[in-house]
Design a protein around this ligand. Structure first.
Ligand code: GLN
Length: 197
């Protein structure tokens, strides 16, 4: 598996470690590449879109010509895991002129909506397809407010979606890369796995 971590800004090292761990658990040889320029994404089997600062990530992926390559990756049905700022960048509308969203996840988001209430928090969140709740870390997290018809909501907090699947993209308002639990990476990249429980 050739795994690209979009690395223009954000918690890149954590995502790289998480996909390495997830792949190792499946005896899948993984090579992780940090993507800061165009020409790499077309060779990637899977992509990870980190948390960080969505306005910066959006600006840089467009500037570097990576944005269209990510869209092509999704159009080809290849998996993506997008977390927090990554979710914002992947959304249909982030209601912020500084974010030019990729529209690969048919949701609208409200940047920092959870963060306005509480800067960060952690919660045990039941996730569709997982037997046990997921320990979810939220940091200035976006709220997902409008979910398109084809989008599957995988988890909610206080009635609001916090994890969704749209075709090959799994997107979360929280940060599965910050905990040792690989199950969200399994959901995104090894959906038929028996490791998911
Ligand atoms: N932890 C995060 O990724 C926070 C995202 C941040 N609120 C943003 O809008 O970019």
């Amino acid at each position: 598996m050739y795994a690209g971590v979009i690395a223009v800004q954000g918690d890149v090292a954590e995502h790289a470690a998480a996909i390495e761990n997830a792949a190792a658990a499946h005896d899948e040889p993984a090579e992780v590449v940090e993507v800061r320029e165009s020409g790499i994404v077309p060779d990637c089997d899977v992509l990870l879109m980190p948390g960080g600062e969505s306005t910066t990530i959006s600006r840089l992926i467009h500037q570097e010509g990576i944005a269209d390559e990510i869209r092509d990756h999704v159009a080809a049905g290849k998996p993506v895991l997008a977390t927090c700022a990554g979710l914002i960048v992947c959304s249909r509308d982030a209601k912020d002129d500084r974010v030019d969203p990729l529209s690969v996840v048919d949701v609208t988001v409200d940047r920092n909506a959870f963060g306005r209430q509480k800067d960060s928090f952690e919660a045990k969140v039941p996730v569709e397809g997982l037997d046990e709740p997921f320990h979810a870390v939220f940091i200035r997290a976006p709220a997902i407010d409008d979910v398109g018809e084809a989008v599957e909501t995988l988890a909610t907090v206080d009635g609001r979606p916090v994890a969704v699947r749209d075709g090959p993209v799994v997107a979360t308002a929280f940060h599965p890369e910050l905990t040792a639990d690989p199950r969200l990476h399994d959901l995104a990249f090894f959906p038929d796995s028996e490791v998911i429980a």
